[in-house]
Write a protein of this length. Structure first.
Length: 355
């Protein structure tokens, strides 16, 4: 008698097919016929689901289902032959053998590195970039000094490389524009020093250079300029020992740079600020930032309040953007250029101070 087969399959978790088997539908008469022919059906424990035969679901549906022989399980030994261990048990662990000369060399090298770090940090603590104090002007040539002092009680000889010493000068210009924007411009210069750097105790080495205060593009309304430097060498001779010192850091200097004509605002910057925030002319936008930069520390809190009051009554949107820039520079807060954010900040500040 022919069986009607229904394929049962499921997708595996990895995208393949997991074949569950073939469902065979038959009548009691077909099961009796199978028994008469000496064949046994594989009956599911649940009689309602029918009988299950293993097989290929994509095979010919007219093919006869033939029961396979009962399989056997075999075991394969891990080794073809009996394993032989090469381990030999000891009563106690032997003392490791050390090369005393190598140990001494490693200790000396570690000590030299610690002394080199101490020497570099000590010299860097007293090294500084020095510029003239006060406010400077766009386009000015700034004189810069590099001072290296030896605060120790022994002579320090910094050893040059094949082409002498390398002095690396970096300066960063943070440029503030009136209309709600500021950016950073970085510059680098390199100098070669040929003279031998011998620093007796409590003596100072001084070198000099010039830095033009010029950047490309829009000059903006004010700059803050950070000038720092580092000296690169090939080692240091200290206390009759050559140490791996390769860099001395100079403490940076910061200066304020303003457009030409800033001098006329330096006497009364707060009074000038109160006046210019109300003026409608766009030509005075950068004067807002100039007067804010010239405020002495004891007037900066009052200057913040002048800017917030001017933000409420700004003659036009351009002036509002300029005032938000001035607030960012004066407070150091990055609240953006939306007036509503600054007015909300003022409300929170007043609420906090009232508590």
């Amino acid at each position: 008698m022919r069986l009607s087969l229904t394929t049962v399959s499921a997708l595996t978790g990895r995208g393949g097919l997991c074949l569950l088997g073939l469902v065979a539908c038959s009548t009691p008469q077909s099961q009796a016929e199978l028994a008469e022919n000496g064949e046994q059906a594989m009956v599911s424990p649940n009689p309602e689901t029918g009988m299950f035969f293993s097989g290929d679901p994509f095979a010919d549906p007219e093919a006869e289902v033939v029961a396979t022989e009962k399989g056997t399980t075999t075991t394969v030994p891990l080794w073809k032959e009996e394993p032989q261990s090469q381990l030999v048990e000891l009563e106690a662990a032997p003392e490791p053998e050390y090369n005393e000369e190598l140990l001494q060399q490693a200790a000396a090298l570690g000590l030299a590195r610690l002394r080199a770090r101490y020497l570099a940090e000590t010299l860097s603590a007293d090294a500084e970039v020095v510029v003239p104090a006060g406010v400077h002007t766009f386009g000015e040539v700034l004189p810069v000094q590099f001072r290296l002092h030896n605060p120790l009680g022994e002579v320090v000889d910094l050893l040059p490389g094949e082409r002498g010493y390398l002095l690396e000068l970096d300066w960063t210009v943070e440029r503030w524009l009136p209309l709600g924007a500021h950016d950073r411009v970085q510059r680098h210069r390199f100098f070669r020093l040929d003279s031998f750097l011998n620093l007796p105790p409590d003596q100072e080495f001084v070198e000099y250079s010039e830095l033009p205060l010029v950047v490309n593009g829009n000059q903006g309304a004010l700059w803050t300029v950070d000038v720092d430097a580092r000296l690169r060498c090939n080692g240091a001779n200290f206390e009759e020992q050559v140490l791996p010192v390769h860099e001395i850091e100079f403490r940076a200097a910061r200066i304020l740079v303003l457009p030409p004509g800033w001098e006329k605002f330096q006497e009364q910057p707060l009074a000038n600020l109160k006046r210019v925030v109300k003026m409608a002319s766009p030509e005075v936008d950068r004067h807002v930032l100039v007067n804010v930069a010239l405020l002495p520390p004891q007037q900066r809190q009052e200057g913040v309040q002048v800017l917030l009051d001017g933000l409420r009554t700004a003659p036009h949107d351009r002036r509002a953007l300029t005032i938000t820039q001035a607030l960012q520079w004066l407070t150091g807060l990055s609240l953006g250029s939306l007036p509503a954010d600054w007015l909300r900040w003022e409300e929170q500040r007043q609420f906090t101070s009232a508590q």
